[in-house]
Design a protein around this ligand. Structure first.
Ligand SMILES: CC(C)(COP(=O)(O)OP(=O)(O)OC[C@H]1O[C@@H](n2cnc3c(N)ncnc32)[C@H](O)[C@@H]1OP(=O)(O)O)[C@@H](O)C(=O)NCCC(=O)NCCS
Length: 160
């Protein structure tokens, strides 16, 4: 049976992000910013991720294959924001995202992180359901009228 695991991000993973951050379908579900990201910016954002001493970035593996990325980003007052993408789209809708979130919650526990939230597009039902099935609860509708790419999100929280 196929197995999902998480491992720490490493330098050689940049090639996956270069592809995922240029995938229009993925961008429409996440940042909404469809302008082509430059090689220089990919390098900048990737290095920021890999060098961070406070955030936690994990690669999602299906058996030995890289299929996505999941993270815990340090925010104010001991809250962490989580973000997930399964970049290899043929693996959507097979329960792997939900499994990766559940593994992340175990990692969070071992890191003594107990307050986790996320923001999701109200139209991203697949993501919303996988968060809800993992215990996240909708707490707020967030309006960003000045952000033309993502004017509204749902905030979901999990406190363990
Ligand atoms: C969001 C994401 C991580 C979910 O992981 P996944 O493995 O595809 O989802 P799962 O198979 O675990 O299924 C999640 C739920 O959505 C449901 N679902 C699956 N496909 C769906 C679809 N097309 N429309 C609506 N619901 C759907 C499933 O039935 C399941 O709910 P259920 O178990 O209550 O029936 C993954 O699809 C992804 O990375 N998408 C692109 C990036 C993205 O949207 N990231 C999140 C940004 S907030």
């Amino acid at each position: 049976m196929s197995k999902i695991t998480l491992r720490k991000i490493k330098f050689t993973d940049k090639k996956y992000f270069t592809r995922w951050w240029r995938d229009e379908e993925l961008l429409k579900l996440t940042s909404g910013v469809l302008e082509l990201i430059s090689d220089k910016d990919v390098e900048k954002y990737f290095l920021a991720m890999i060098k961070s001493s406070v955030d936690h970035h994990f690669i999602i593996l299906l058996d030995k294959n890289v299929i996505g990325h999941i993270s815990l980003i340090k925010k104010k007052a001991s809250w962490y924001e989580t973000q997930i993408i399964i970049g290899e789209k043929q693996y959507w809708g097979k329960g792997f995202g939900t499994k990766a979130i559940q593994l992340l919650l175990k990692k969070a526990k071992s890191l003594n992180i107990s307050k986790i939230y996320l923001e999701v597009r109200p139209t991203n039902i697949r993501a919303f359901k996988s968060y809800e099935n993992s215990g996240f609860v909708k707490t707020e509708i967030k309006e960003y009228p000045e952000n033309k790419y993502l004017p509204q999100t749902l905030r979901m929280e999990l406190e363990t």
